[in-house]
Design a protein around this ligand. Structure first.
Ligand SMILES: NC(=O)c1ccc[n+]([C@@H]2O[C@H](COP(=O)([O-])OP(=O)(O)OC[C@H]3O[C@@H](n4cnc5c(N)ncnc54)[C@H](OP(=O)(O)O)[C@@H]3O)[C@@H](O)[C@H]2O)c1
Length: 252
């Protein structure tokens, strides 16, 4: 998406803005000369913002979407960029007895319904609710991008290592949701782009327990800059695809 004329000025929204990558994406969007707009036009939502957005409670998505609708009206700018940067791989599952941090499965013997359900809630169902509540707010004409941060391990075609059942399966589900939403979105705005994005390995709380020698780990700010360049460089013909941080298409 290239933002050229005054008729194409718009708001950007990052959901999952409190995460390592989410915060870096907000900062990247706010930099002067970024592909989207300047500081006041970047909105950030998450579990620690006002209003709150928590996938555990759909009412918070409805309330946050109303806030964004009010911002669109007040600023007289359409919503042109939506990025969903939330995700779950490991950690405490709210409401689970003992509050023991859960970890991804190394083998099928470790499959745990509560961990699987939480992966699906944060990685797939939450983003699906974003489609439900926020896609109606996206610009109806002119350039418009929706990027969902997925993960290459969600690729079924690329799965050669096994393990991580819940994370892999929930990201594969996310990819299907993104593909489906892209088909619907283009009927609303023929210039819209809706894609799943793989950020590579990024230094955030999500990846830290799995950092190992030989793995290329990039900072969140570098990853955010690369992802924004990819996202805003895509054309409507590429909508519905799955791309990595270098812009390379990934297999489903
Ligand atoms: N880091 C990597 O190497 C890597 C690699 C591949 C893919 N990814 C993907 O990149 C994305 C960003 O991850 P990250 O590395 O930045 O991880 P992170 O720092 O752990 O951030 C995770 C984000 O998910 C949000 N979240 C968790 N539970 C939520 C809920 N119930 N409702 C709403 N939001 C919730 C968090 O919100 P709060 O701010 O409220 O805590 C936070 O913004 C994820 O989709 C992840 O799967 C990361």
């Amino acid at each position: 998406m290239s933002v050229n004329g005054p008729d194409e000025v718009g708001l950007a929204l990052v959901i999952g803005a409190g995460g390592g990558l989410g915060a870096a994406l907000v900062a990247g969007l706010r930099q002067p000369g970024a592909p989207a707009q300047a500081a006041p036009a970047v909105l950030a939502l998450g579990r620690h913002t006002t209003p709150v957005l928590d996938y555990a409670d759909e009412a918070t998505l409805a309330g946050a979407a109303q806030w964004v609708a009010d911002e669109i009206d007040a600023r007289r700018m359409p919503l042109r960029t939506l990025i969903v940067a939330s995700g779950y791989l490991h950690g405490v599952i709210p409401g689970q007895p003992g509050d023991r941090p859960a970890q991804p499965e190394r083998s099928g013997s470790q499959i745990d319904p509560a961990y699987l359900a939480h992966c699906f809630k944060v990685n797939a169902i939450g983003p699906a609710l974003v489609v439900k509540h926020f896609f109606p707010l996206l610009a109806r004409s002119g350039p418009c991008v929706a990027g969902f941060i997925s993960a290459k391990v969600g690729s079924i075609g690329d799965n050669a290592l096994g393990g991580w059942y819940g994370y892999r399966a929930s990201k594969a589900a996310l990819n299907q949701i993104v593909r489906t939403a892209a088909i619907e979105l283009v009927r609303r705005n023929r210039r819209a782009v809706c894609v799943a994005l793989h950020p590579g390995t990024v230094d955030t709380p999500l990846s830290q327990p799995f950092a190992k020698a030989g793995l290329t780990v990039r900072s969140a700010s570098v990853a955010a800059r690369e992802l924004l360049a990819v996202l805003h460089g895509l054309t409507p013909a590429q909508s519905g695809g799955f791309f990595d941080y270098r812009g390379q298409a990934l297999p489903w």
